[in-house]
Design a protein around this ligand. Structure first.
Ligand code: OXD
Length: 314
């Protein structure tokens, strides 16, 4: 049995690399770029996409599964014509977990060691031996979002001695972590958080969850790390809190929109580290391995993991 998969991820220049990888891991899958009009739409079985063109997935009447090119699916369901009966599999590989925990650890340590201040000083050749007032053991990480990536990242931070707390939509209990749930416990969670790490999915409820009101509930001198989605942060409110000194710094990997606008004040804010959405982009090889495994499972009639839940929004 041969399958047809339509692909759009990492830019068209990478297509040959994708094809080579699919030939290695899924030789029974013919791969075409998403906009390839030579493909009969009725023959399309699978799609692997990041930011697919609106309306395109709806043109494949026999589409069986859409694979998201990342853990998030907001870039797929933003298309109002997305065929809701087709399951979307979120990409979650060991490699993405490892990449995310490395990035979050780096970001938390940058905040702890006041790295934005050192970088800003270095850029103006200014020597200032500022105080480092606490160690990881005296610092509480507040993990917003306790899905797979949040949980593995928290574990790594716990290994460095950080105190851990977590907040999620519904109650969860995790070893070594004080957990809080729902709107009613958000204030208590924020009040004891020194470094807030946002790893929430993008949903209606999480839009601008980091805003003047929530930032004000963080202790003076807190830091923010956003590796969720740009829409989680109200940027003017964040900048105001950094400028007033309420927040010490922010490490931001995601923006709304992306790429970050050339005139955004975030670029050269002395208390902000900007990275270009690189926290957890797994290699093409690991993404193809993952998709190939899931296609095999599908062929055997087995359940697929990490299916997006339309009702919950993640
Ligand atoms: C993802 C991402 O969704 O990288 O995986 O943002």
């Amino acid at each position: 049995m041969r399958y047809t998969l339509m692909l759009k991820a990492d830019g068209k220049a990478t297509f040959e690399h994708w094809q080579r990888l699919f030939a290695e891991y899924a030789p029974d899958v013919d791969v075409y770029w998403l906009d390839d009009e030579s493909v009969d739409p009725s023959t399309v079985d699978f799609a692997l996409v990041w930011e697919p063109d609106f309306g395109r997935l709806a043109q494949f009447p026999n589409l069986k599964v859409t694979f998201s090119g990342g853990a998030g699916v907001d870039h797929i369901i933003a298309d109002p014509s997305y065929p809701k009966h087709v399951p979307i599999v979120r990409l979650f590989t060991e490699e993405s977990a490892q990449l995310m925990l490395e990035f979050v650890t780096l970001a938390a340590l940058m905040a702890l060691k006041k790295m934005p201040e050192a970088i800003a000083n270095s850029q103006r050749r200014h020597w200032d031996t500022y105080d480092l007032d606490r160690t990881a053991k005296q610092t509480t990480i507040g993990m917003m979002g306790l899905g797979n990536l949040g949980t593995v990242s928290a574990r790594a931070l716990g290994g460095l001695g950080f105190q851990l707390s977590g907040w999620s939509r519904t109650a969860k209990s995790l070893d070594g972590m004080n957990t809080y749930a729902g709107q009613q416990e958000l204030g208590a969670f924020l009040a004891q958080t020194d470094i807030l790490v946002c790893l929430l999915p993008q949903t209606e409820e999480t839009r601008h969850i980091i805003c003047a009101q929530t930032i004000a509930q963080l202790p003076q001198g807190a830091a923010i790390v956003n590796v969720g989605r740009g829409t989680h942060v109200n940027v003017p409110d964040l900048i105001q809190a950094l400028d007033s000194g309420h927040l010490a710094c922010a490490v931001l990997d995601v923006f709304d929109p992306e790429p970050l606008a050339a005139d955004s004040p975030l670029w050269n804010h002395p208390k902000v580290i900007v990275t270009p959405h690189i926290a957890a982009n797994p290699s093409r090889r690991s993404r193809v391995q993952y998709v190939a495994q899931q296609i095999q499972r599908h062929a055997k009639g087995q359940d697929l993991p990490h299916i997006f839940n339309h009702d919950l929004g993640y």
